[in-house]
Structures are given as C-alpha cells and as structure tokens.
Design a protein around this ligand. Structure first.
Ligand code: BGP
Length: 481
C-alpha cells in the first residue's frame, strides 16, 4: 500500500448525543433526540409523545410521523440513550489522550446545539456550554490534534421543533446562524475545519428535522431552508475567520445497478440523484434540472425568499465530506431508498445487513471528484459488530482490522492511482458509542472498548482492543512523517 501523505488528517469521529452524556449538566437544554428510546435490531426505537388532550403514545421514529399536535415527552420507564452517551462529557481528557497515543491528528465531534443555546431562541449563549467545547478544543490542540467540528449532527432543540416545526420554518435558519456566529466568534482562531450539517440527505422527521410530518413537500421545504442556512454559514465563516474550510457531510454509501440491463443501469442514475441532489445544490450552487422536473411531477412547490437562489450560488462549500459504510443495489423495479438494503450477491454482510465493500470508498471518492472537483474528506466509515471480550475486557476484533485495512488500501489507490485530493479520514465511533439507527450499545465500531451495555449499565471504563494496537502500527508504517 502506498503511504498516506504527511498532511493527511487521520482520526476518529463521534456525535454529541451518541457520545457525550452529561444530560442536564452545564445548563444543556433538550434536543429532539432526548425523546428517542433505546432499541435493537429486533425492537426498533420509538419516540414517546403526548397529544394536546393529554393522551400519550409511541411512534416508530424512522417510519411513522407523529400524530397532529404531538410533542415528545419523557417517560421514566423508558431508556433514553442520549441521556448517558458514553460520558465523553466527563472523560474527554482521557479519550483525547487515547486518540493522540494512536498517532492520529484529527478528531471529529459535534456541538450539542442546546449546550450553547438551551432552547435555540436565546440571544446570549450559555457560557458553560462554550466552556466545555472550548476545553475540548484546547485539549485536542495540546495533543497535536486538529478539531473537526460538525455544527449540527442530526438534531434540533425541542423548542424549535415544537414551536416552529423545526426546519420547516425559516425561523430555524436564524437560530442556526446565531449558533454559527457564536461558534466562529469563540473558536474561529482555533478551528479550521467545519461541517455545517451531518448526512443532510437522509435527515427525517421529528428527531432530526424537528418536523412532525414526513411528506415530501415538508421534507424538501425543510431541506431548502437547510441549504440556505448552510450557505449563509459559509458567508459568515468567510467574513469572520481567516482561511476556514467549510464542508457539509452527505451519506454517500454507493448504489450499483443490479445487472447490466439498460433499465437497471438507468435506475441507478435516478437513484443516485436522490442523494447527489443535495451536494449538487450545495457545491454547484443551483437546483439541478432533474430535481426541478421531479418537483413538477410530484406537485412540490418550494417557497423561496427573493435572494435564496443568489445566496446558494455564491456561498458554496470548500470540500465534500461523506460517510461510506457499505453499498446497495437497485434494479428497474426497485423503490429506491438509501436506507433500505437491496441485496448484492457478490458481497458479505454484517448482522445489520450492511454489505462489506472496501472498493465502494474508492468508487465514491472518484465519483465525487469527477462531479465537483473539490477535495473530499471521508468523515465516517467503519464496521459495527458484536464484539466479544475476555475477563480483562480485551476484544480480538480481527474482522474490524481486516475491514479497515481493506478500506485504507482503496483510499490509498484513490489518492495515488486516481489522483483524487483527499483531505482525510475519520473512522466512525473510534471509541464505542451508541448506535444512531437502533440505540444499541451492542453495535460497536470502536478501536477502544467501553464497558457499558444496552441499558446503560457498566463502569464506562475504556480498554484498547486488538484493532487499537493494529491501528497504531498501521499509522506508524503507512503515514508519512
Ligand atoms: C451515520 C451517522 C452516525 C452514525 C453512523 C453509523 O448515519 O452520521 O451518527 O451513528 O451512521 O450508524 P449506526 O449508528 O446506526 O450504526
């Protein structure tokens, strides 16, 4: 394998509500994810809600919309994973040290919006929240680690969701920009790499967008507001910081045609556009024709303010960031949904049906560079598995080592054989954390084992896995000094 360049950023990635804990501490307000209960592959996660007439119920947070007027609420009998995370809030020094000891030079984490603005509506930020993230940033810099900040990772303050229907309202743009301005003001001299949003192409419903309805009109209207918010964040960043790098993160695990039947191949083009539409708007700076035709055919009418299109055109992103875990297939009869797996007879799968496809990462790197000619940053990739540990909490995760090694080879080829400019790689959940899709702890991605189970029980102590030692050697050998 050809070596990764000296300036290549190699590190780990996390998200606040899956990792931080510290619920209710330091004046943190409630985010929509705080209402989502735990679950696993067999019992999908639920949102608990309350109706104006006092009735209560639960809804599947992936598939159902909440009934009219429903808002999230807490029920003591349920487990809420975001409330405990894996306690990064109290253990950040130890965690950052373990990452630094690997020889890594970047750490991706996200800001909990309500640590900074507890309801999203305040005009003055919460100092305790700023202090916490300031301390995390300083700790990273002290250890030679570049902080990579996701400003908004799939969450929204509950107040903005309940009062305004979240991103369905333009009011949320203003609230988001207040957050950006505060972050740039406080951390602008220390942080260069920013992500305006996480997986912006697969945000859905109450827990992620703060919207109660899942219909297409609401979804695309909310997405439009996010596009404008992100573009205005770029504008602000360039006014307030010296040479910031602004990206947005997209879920880009690729889709392949199931066969070479021309209809299957064209289905793939159409399926991929459902994903690339988002980066087309935010990097090329305009709504593509295929999407305008789609809106027309579905009677979707996006309400825009006078300057919106000009703003999108002018303030585009500096780089494309993406997650890539697996690949799926599509055929002429598929109802394509990026989250639904169509089988690929050539690839093995994990327990969660995620295919293992190292070449997918080279494929995506080439695809996005051909399309946009901006640098790429792989900010999520990794293998979620059920680990077994011995009495010393040692995990022999050879499957993860193989997965990572195979993916790194493909990234190296994209850099050295294809000439794609790749800024870096942050592996997802470098320290075991809670799964987004199922709320489980059992789906572990880390190089570092965390002693906690699906019900929040355990010491939360950290232990290096076999893959931790492997990664240290790998970076020592394959990263230019
Ligand atoms: C991405 C999210 C992450 C993360 C990851 C793995 O979609 O950005 O927050 O969790 O996927 O998914 P999961 O946790 O469901 O295994």
């Amino acid at each position: 394998m050809q070596k990764f360049p000296k300036e290549f950023l190699f590190g780990g990635a996390t998200a606040d509500f899956q990792f931080e804990g510290g619920f209710g501490e330091g004046g943190r307000g409630i985010i929509t994810h705080d209402y989502v209960t735990t679950g696993n592959v067999d019992t999908p996660r639920k949102i608990t809600y309350k109706l104006p007439n006092g009735e209560t119920g639960t809804a599947d947070w992936k598939k159902d919309s909440l009934p009219e007027g429903a808002v999230g609420y807490f029920d003591d009998a349920c487990k809420y994973p975001s409330h405990y995370g894996v306690d990064f809030y109290h253990r950040y020094k130890e965690d950052i040290q373990m990452i630094a000891d690997l020889g890594m030079n970047v750490f991706r984490f996200s800001i909990c919006w309500t640590r900074i603005f507890p309801t999203g509506e305040e005009t003055e930020p919460n100092q305790a929240g700023l202090q916490f993230y300031g301390d995390v940033i300083d700790e990273c810099l002290k250890k030679g680690i570049e902080p990579l900040i996701t400003i908004c990772h799939d969450e929204i303050p509950e107040t903005l969701a309940n009062q305004y229907d979240g991103w369905a309202s333009r009011k949320t743009i203003d609230a988001y920009l207040r957050l950006c301005q505060t972050l740039f003001e406080n951390f602008g001299t220390k942080v260069k790499y920013w992500l305006t949003f996480n997986e912006v192409n697969v945000l859905k419903g109450y827990s992620m967008l703060g919207t109660r309805s899942l219909d297409k009109q609401t979804f695309y209207q909310a997405s439009h507001h996010i596009f404008v918010a992100s573009a205005l964040a770029c504008k602000l960043a360039r006014e307030m910081m010296e040479a910031p790098m602004l990206g947005t993160m997209y879920a880009l695990s690729p889709v392949y045609p199931l066969t070479c039947l021309p209809e299957d191949v064209f289905s793939q083009v159409q399926a991929r556009r459902k994903t690339l539409f988002f980066s087309d708007v935010m990097i090329r700076g305009e709504y593509p024709n295929y999407q305008l035709k789609y809106f027309e055919s579905k009677n979707i009418d996006i309400e825009m303010a006078k300057d919106d299109l000009a703003i999108l055109k002018e303030y585009t992103l500096d780089y494309i960031a993406f997650s890539c875990y697996r690949s799926t297939t599509v055929n002429k009869d598929s109802e394509y949904d990026i989250m639904v797996m169509d089988p690929n007879p050539h690839l093995p799968k994990t327990k969660w049906n995620w295919t293992v496809d190292p070449m997918s990462i080279r494929y995506v790197l080439n695809e996005v560079y051909d399309r946009y000619q901006v640098p790429a940053f792989i900010v999520e990739n990794g293998m979620g598995e059920i680990d077994q540990w011995d009495e010393n909490f040692y995990v022999e995760d050879d499957y993860r080592i193989e997965y990572l090694n195979d993916h790194f080879q493909e990234i190296s080829k994209a850099i050295h054989e294809d000439g794609v400019p790749v800024l870096g790689y942050t592996m997802w959940g470098i320290i075991d954390l809670i799964s987004l899709s199922t709320g489980e702890m059992a789906k572990r991605y880390g190089l570092i084992f965390v002693d906690m189970d699906d019900f929040g029980k355990g010491t939360l102590n950290r232990y290096p896995k076999k893959s931790y030692h492997w990664m240290k050697d790998f970076l020592d050998t394959y990263k230019e000094k």
